[in-house]
Design a protein around this ligand. Structure first.
Ligand SMILES: NC(=O)c1ccc[n+]([C@@H]2O[C@H](COP(=O)([O-])OP(=O)(O)OC[C@H]3O[C@@H](n4cnc5c(N)ncnc54)[C@H](OP(=O)(O)O)[C@@H]3O)[C@@H](O)[C@H]2O)c1
Length: 332
């Protein structure tokens, strides 16, 4: 097989170095399914992956990219056939197993989900890991009582980021009408409204973390930020309310007392997208492809492998909006 393009991260003494290189398939990690990658996507974790001590990559050199959609070229597992369209997110991809920022990838069959009907390879990565996580968060909140007919007050944080922007759109598409978006910058107000927010607030409006309880304001919260933001929300959840927590863009520390839990019966719902069991994934992707499919109106930017470093810098500098997908396959 001829050489092909991939982004490769290499470890130098002081820092990591990365860029597009020509590699051959012997440089890919092992697995039963060999895939021609159509699209990958950029996620917050990819930004961490290119930082020295970012805590994502476990060995070098490494091809980053924690998700992909593509077409099976060859499979040693009878569940997958040549020509089949598939999607892969999470597990060890882009961490200890070569990932999606390449024209080809090889992965274990146990990580692979058949692309659901009604979802194109491109749309699958408009969702990607961030959108899959947004879907998991909404599912967790709905399992804990959130329903459109109750007209709940919902708060979404990091609302113009990858997870938050998809979450806003899913909530709005599903008939929720009181969706507050937390943003940090003036220009994000209109963006959040265009994605379905009915109200927009800034961190200053969130209230402080001095008292263990503040006035009950939100029935449900979908948090991607963590830190002080999540700590403030815990104090404002209504009786019986729930907050899903998937991220740490604003810090890993939570400041809380048990009071909101034991006096208001609130729930904190942890969300992990990386190790969701493979048998549960087709159902989640089916939701995404059908009732929750917001790919036609998503805030999305398409780039090539060469453009990845610039967008990673934008994520690092808080200048990134919505989703960025990476077209890896050369040609249609
Ligand atoms: N648990 C999982 O499986 C899973 C899966 C996917 C993502 N995540 C995590 O979820 C988080 C969000 O991911 P993403 O892809 O949506 O990232 P993203 O696209 O970079 O968006 C991050 C968002 O958080 C906001 N933000 C950052 N720091 C903040 C702060 N101190 N206060 C308020 N808002 C702040 C940003 O606002 P600005 O635009 O103003 O900077 C942006 O809207 C990350 O921590 C990521 O690691 C977890």
């Amino acid at each position: 097989m001829e050489k092909f393009n991939a982004i490769v991260i290499k470890e130098q003494e002081e820092e990591l170095e990365y860029g597009v290189e020509q590699i051959d398939d012997s440089e890919l990690s092992g697995g039963e399914v060999f895939i021609n990658v159509a699209y990958s996507s950029l996620n917050y974790k990819d930004m961490l992956a290119v930082q020295k001590n970012g805590g994502v990559i476990r060995k070098y050199p490494m091809i980053p990219g924690i998700d992909l959609s593509g077409t099976v070229v060859e499979s040693a597992d009878p569940r997958f056939q040549e020509g089949q369209e598939v999607v892969v997110t999470g597990f060890e991809m882009g961490m200890s197993h070569t990932g999606g920022f390449a024209e080809f990838a090889r992965v274990p069959a146990d990580w692979v989900v058949p692309l659901p009907e009604k979802l194109s390879l491109r749309d699958a990565m408009v969702f990607g890991t961030a959108g899959f996580t947004a879907a998991l968060s909404v599912m967790a909140l709905e399992k804990n009582g959130m329903k459109p007919e109750n007209d709940p007050e919902i708060l979404v944080t990091g609302s113009t980021g990858g997870v938050g922007s998809v979450a806003l759109q899913i909530l709005s598409k599903n008939g929720y009408q009181k969706i507050t978006a937390l943003v940090r910058k003036d220009h994000q107000v209109e963006v959040a409204k265009s994605l379905g927010a009915t109200n927009v607030i800034f961190p200053d409006n969130l209230g402080d973390v001095k008292k263990p309880l503040n006035r009950e304001k939100y029935d449900f919260a979908l948090d991607t930020v963590g830190g002080d933001v999540a700590s403030a929300i815990i104090r404002q959840l209504s009786y019986g309310g729930s907050m899903s927590t998937c991220g740490m863009a604003g810090g890993i520390q939570l400041t809380a007392t048990v009071l909101p839990f034991i006096l208001r019966g609130i729930n904190l719902l942890g969300i992990d997208s990386v190790n969701v069991p493979i048998e549960k994934r087709p159902e989640i992707w089916k939701n995404i492809a059908n009732d929750w499919n917001i790919s036609a109106t998503a805030l999305v930017n398409e780039i090539s492998l060469d453009d990845v470093p610039a967008v990673i810098d934008a994520i690092k500098n808080g200048k990134h909006l919505g989703r960025t997908i990476v077209k890896c396959r050369i040609g249609p």
